[in-house]
Ligand binder design. Structure first.
Ligand SMILES: [Zn+2]
Ligand SMILES: [Zn+2]
Length: 467
């Protein structure tokens, strides 16, 4: 059976465009990220059809997908679209390839035909990427086809793949659409993970967020190579995340930085989407470039995981921003957690001690005549000492709690520095309460967050920003 489609698209699913815009010269839908469509019902990216000669365009679920509903095309950015490898449909996408022109495959219909427009953008998982690199048509087809596929479908996919491989542009880009479970990186191997990241940045795979420019990636890689390394433990990460969520609007100051170049990994993801597990900063004059990173590799079988570590590593960029002195930053800024981490370290709420680094990594550094790799372990200063003794806990009915909980941090605009002559936002020391040998309850953190005091009025106490 030929791929199922709706011959008569409804008005809502088939925006009409002039017939003259159909065909290989028609690029607008194929290239731009903004013009990608996904199904508002199931989140699946949609394929584009052009009906000839009328030029009617419609959107359909991917050919391999069995769905029980009509597609509802919405801009892919409007839904959390679940992107998948365009070859094998695995959501663990790693690379994006581009073809020189849109891949168009004809589909015969009773008495006519339509053209399926696959566009120029091809997402690939690590295993399909290896086959694409090798121009291995048979290998790709083997991964793409399933035993239940009709002959026509296999022929269609084969024609599609042949076109992809014959019109492939050189190079590839890191995908930002892959679905990876966050996997925080351990302190013990942080120097190696940082080195791998620096090599990725210095390499030739195209990078997202305008990091791909040589004028950007060369200094970024150099900065990573000399970055001071921080690893933030669980409790400090929770504190940071909570404080970042109520970050008052403050102006960025280079004095916030604990080092000119740094790389920090958190024990838990820190952003609202729970993806970002690390970040770097690099100083270029007054400007500071911040890059957030997320982890890749979780859930892969050993062989493709090894391929991924060799080709990409552990981390890929999740966002990149540049900050200049005085630039306002709020709780919704992508780097709010990183800025909060700096402030907390500067405020001496942190207790930084050297973390243990893997012996094999230390030896490798020695052999390469590099300085001993150091990782600063960031913990809450005296967290255990401030835990109230169990008998002092008033837990309502007088029963002893079997967990510790947070008394929420908040920000206060208060004097500091020599003679207390300066004023700035600082985090008022949060308290960890409860028996010190008990785990920290995640739910109390959530509950505490629900009852936060209102954010300080930015206008009432805003730091002076000059005339
Ligand atoms: Zn759908
Ligand atoms: Zn794949």
């Amino acid at each position: 059976m030929p791929p199922h489609r709706h011959i008569t698209p409804s008005a809502s699913t088939a925006p009409r465009i002039p017939p003259g815009h159909i065909g290989p010269d028609h690029r607008f839908a194929a290239d731009g990220h903004a013009s990608r469509f996904a199904c508002g019902t199931c989140g699946s990216p949609l394929d584009r059809y052009a009906e000839l000669p009328s030029g009617t365009v419609s959107y359909e679920h991917p050919i391999w997908k069995n769905t029980d509903h009509r597609p509802v095309p919405v801009a892919a950015d409007a839904v959390e679209a679940t992107y998948v490898c365009d070859f094998c449909t695995d959501p663990k996408i790693l690379f994006v390839y581009a073809t020189a022109q849109p891949v168009l495959v004809q589909v015969d219909t009773p008495g006519s035909f339509v053209v399926r427009d696959y566009g120029t953008r091809w997402s690939a998982c690590v295993e399909c990427a290896a086959l694409v690199e090798a121009r291995n048509l048979a290998g790709l087809l083997k991964r793409v086809r399933s035993p239940v596929m009709a002959f026509e479908v296999v022929a269609h996919l084969s024609a599609m793949l042949r076109q992809v491989l014959s019109t492939l542009r050189p190079g590839r880009a890191l995908s930002v659409d892959g679905r990876w479970e966050p996997h925080p990186v351990p302190a013990t191997t942080l120097p190696r993970i940082r080195d791998r990241l620096a090599a990725l940045i210095a390499g030739d795979v195209a990078l997202p967020f305008a990091l791909g420019h040589q004028a950007v990636r060369t200094p970024l890689a150099a900065s990573l190579a000399i970055a001071r390394l921080y690893w933030v433990d669980d409790e400090f990460t929770i504190l940071t995340r909570n404080a970042a969520q109520v970050l008052p609007r403050l102006g960025f100051s280079p004095g916030d930085l604990p080092a000119a170049h740094g790389f920090v990994a958190w024990a838990q993801p820190v952003d609202a989407r729970r993806r970002c597990v690390a970040a770097s900063w690099s100083s270029h004059g007054d400007a500071v470039q911040l890059v957030g990173y997320r982890s890749v590799g979780d859930g892969l079988a050993p062989a493709p995981l090894q391929q991924l570590r060799a080709q990409v590593g552990w981390l890929i960029p999740a966002f990149a921003v540049t900050l200049r002195p005085g630039q306002p930053v709020t709780a919704t800024h992508p780097a709010a957690t990183l800025i909060t981490t700096w402030r907390l370290i500067r405020q001496r709420l942190a207790d930084t001690t050297p973390a243990k680094v893997d012996t094999s990594i230390r030896r490798a550094y020695q052999r390469a005549r590099r300085p001993e790799p150091e990782v600063a372990l960031v913990r809450i200063r005296g967290a255990r000492a401030t835990s109230a003794p169990a008998q002092h806990i008033n837990a309502g009915a007088g029963s002893e709690r079997d967990y510790r909980w947070w008394v929420t941090p908040h920000w206060r605009h208060q004097p500091y520095g020599p003679g207390r002559s300066l004023r700035d936002w600082i985090v008022v020391r949060p308290h960890l309460r409860g028996p010190h040998d008990k785990p920290i309850s995640a739910t109390t953190t959530v509950r505490v967050l629900g009852t936060l005091p209102p954010r300080p009025e930015p206008t009432a106490q805003a730091p002076t920003e000059g005339p």
